[in-house]
Design a protein around this ligand. Structure first.
Ligand code: HEC
Ligand code: HEC
Length: 462
């Protein structure tokens, strides 16, 4: 038995001694492809990433009004496909008396396009709008797996709430590509069930590109004459590539569906997760694992994922955004996934919680939870300092890759500098999930030994 001490090892020497790599794999970092893709699928992921980051020009069909010029400009952090600080604006007219919420569709609502190919077509928020809110950019990692969650799992969660305080509603929607109605798992208010549908919708609404599903451009504040005067590219602006037959939206979809879910380290067993569930967070941010169901890409099925969401609409009281959208009322929001949140810097649908250290981000985000979630906020406020700290550490594990001490989606020398001293040698059971050593216990056997060092070496990104 070799008992390793920090002083006896330099970074490279440790690796020189590392034995053959164990079969156990480490998790993909954020933005990396799923494990187990075929060569053809990997190629589609890679081509899709290029498309996702392609900056569109006016001659490609960008605009006349748009929010930005590539998917990756908004979905950017920590790498393409991630969340972002970019906000979009939604507007409408609040319900009064017997009149329901009005999305002001004839005036270009509810989504405002911030940019225009010429100032003459720029959109404004119409004076009649009295609800004007922001929505921040969420991540698209793992969305193929979300799409593949069996709708029956979501329907079962709606039928049998995990806590008497909550009662979620499934939002069934029609995918653009046809087939039966599906349970929505994407968007702040639900509303979209498949990645291809979201890509087609985002292409039009964020970038102004018509495609095979949505052929009509957004008219600036509803002005069709203005649209006709400034929309010179023939529709559909997104058309099949002559060689592959794929449109932009298909390639964007390929990148997203083959991107892995964010990692979580340690994968389970933290005491903060027990706190999370005991105060009721897991009544909506469910901590059970989903095993993905059917998908046209067979190897997206049968995968185990923990996104920490029931994908149900909940009445969030004052946290609702005031926009009514299909079946989602002004107060209802869909439970947000929490995977990846340890590396995020702003929270909630309008990104209102930002600019403070992570423990305060967590505290302030919970304080905004209202309506059906108010009970869990109260429970949180009664926690001891130690339990709040454990909860924070658990939330920091969501998005962290093994070996990533400083939680920046890279495994490099800086991480090694801190993790080196945590090597225990083979003595299973000495490193608990709450210990710092768990960050480098790749094979999750409760120690940090040669097998873990070999995997650290593999995961090392320089
Ligand atoms: C201007 C910034 C911006 C651009 C450009 C953009 N998005 Fe988004 N994206 C957003 C915002 C904001 C949301 C949240 C929408 C909502 O729920 O209101 C979102 C949500 C999504 C979601 C749902 C994620 C989830 O889990 O809820 C997907 C998928 C997505 N976008 C894909 C794309 C694709 C593909 C493109 C390029 C065709 C794109 N987006 C371009 C800002 C942007
Ligand atoms: C009744 C269901 C419900 C409960 C209970 C609940 N949440 Fe949430 N949570 C939501 C919804 C819905 C959102 C999205 C809210 C929004 O911004 O509109 C959300 C958002 C969040 C976010 C921000 C996610 C993001 O992407 O910005 C965090 C973090 C979070 N919840 C953590 C918690 C914690 C911790 C608890 C327990 C104290 C908790 N939640 C309890 C439903 C719930």
């Amino acid at each position: 038995m070799i008992n390793m001490k920090k002083s006896t090892f330099t970074f490279l020497a440790a690796f020189a001694l590392a034995p053959a790599v164990m079969a156990q794999d480490f998790q993909p970092r954020m933005g990396e492809p799923l494990r187990g893709l075929s060569a053809a699928q990997y190629q589609r992921f890679a081509d899709g990433l290029v498309e996702y980051d392609t900056i569109l020009t006016v001659s490609d069909g960008l605009g006349p009004i748009f929010n930005d010029n590539s998917c990756g400009t908004c979905h950017a952090s920590p790498v393409s496909g991630g969340s972002g600080t970019k906000l979009v604006t939604r507007f409408g007219k609040a319900a009064t008396g017997l009149l329901p919420f009005d999305g002001l569709a004839s005036l270009g609502g509810t989504l405002k396009q911030e940019q225009a190919i010429d100032p003459a077509v720029a959109e404004i928020v119409p004076a009649i709008a009295d609800v004007v809110i922001n929505r921040i950019t969420p991540s698209t990692y793992g969305t193929g797996l979300l799409e593949s969650i069996d709708d029956n799992d979501i329907l079962a969660l709606a039928a049998t709430p995990l806590d008497p305080n909550v009662s979620g509603m499934v939002r069934m929607t029609q995918p653009f590509e046809g087939g039966p109605m599906r349970a929505s798992k994407m968007g702040w208010k639900g509303g979209v069930a498949t990645v291809l549908t979201f890509s087609a919708d985002a292409s039009l609404n964020e970038m102004g590109l018509t495609n095979r599903f949505v052929g009509l451009e957004n008219a600036p504040n509803g002005d069709m004459a203005l649209l006709a005067a400034w929309d010179s590219v023939p529709d559909p602006e997104d058309f099949p590539d002559p060689i592959t037959g794929l449109e932009r939206i298909d390639r964007q979809t390929d990148f997203q569906i083959f991107t892995a879910q964010p990692p979580q380290t340690p994968r389970s067993g933290m005491s903060g997760e027990v706190v999370f569930s005991s105060i009721g967070c897991a009544a909506c941010h469910v901590d059970t694992e989903y095993i993905t169901g059917a998908n046209a890409e067979a190897n997206l099925s049968g995968r185990s994922i923990k996104p920490y969401s029931d994908f149900l609409l909940h009445d969030m009281g004052a946290l609702g955004d005031g926009i009514s959208d299909g079946l989602a009322t002004e107060q209802e929001m869909m439970t947000r996934t929490l995977w990846g949140m340890g590396q995020r810097e702003s929270f909630l649908h309008d990104g209102r919680i930002t600019g403070v250290p992570f423990d305060q981000l967590v505290n302030l985000t919970i304080q905004e939870h209202d309506g059906e979630a108010a009970f869990s906020r109260t429970n949180y406020n009664f926690l001891s300092v130690a339990d709040k700290d454990a909860l924070k550490n658990f939330l920091l594990s969501l998005g962290r890759a093994e070996g990533d001490w400083d939680n920046n989606n890279r495994v490099d020398e800086f991480d090694w500098f801190f993790l080196e001293s945590l090597v225990t040698g083979p003595s299973a059971g000495t490193v608990t999930p709450d210990a710092d050593g768990a960050l480098v216990d790749f094979d999750q056997d409760g120690d940090v030994d040669m097998a873990d060092l070999a995997l650290f070496q593999q995961a090392y990104t320089f």
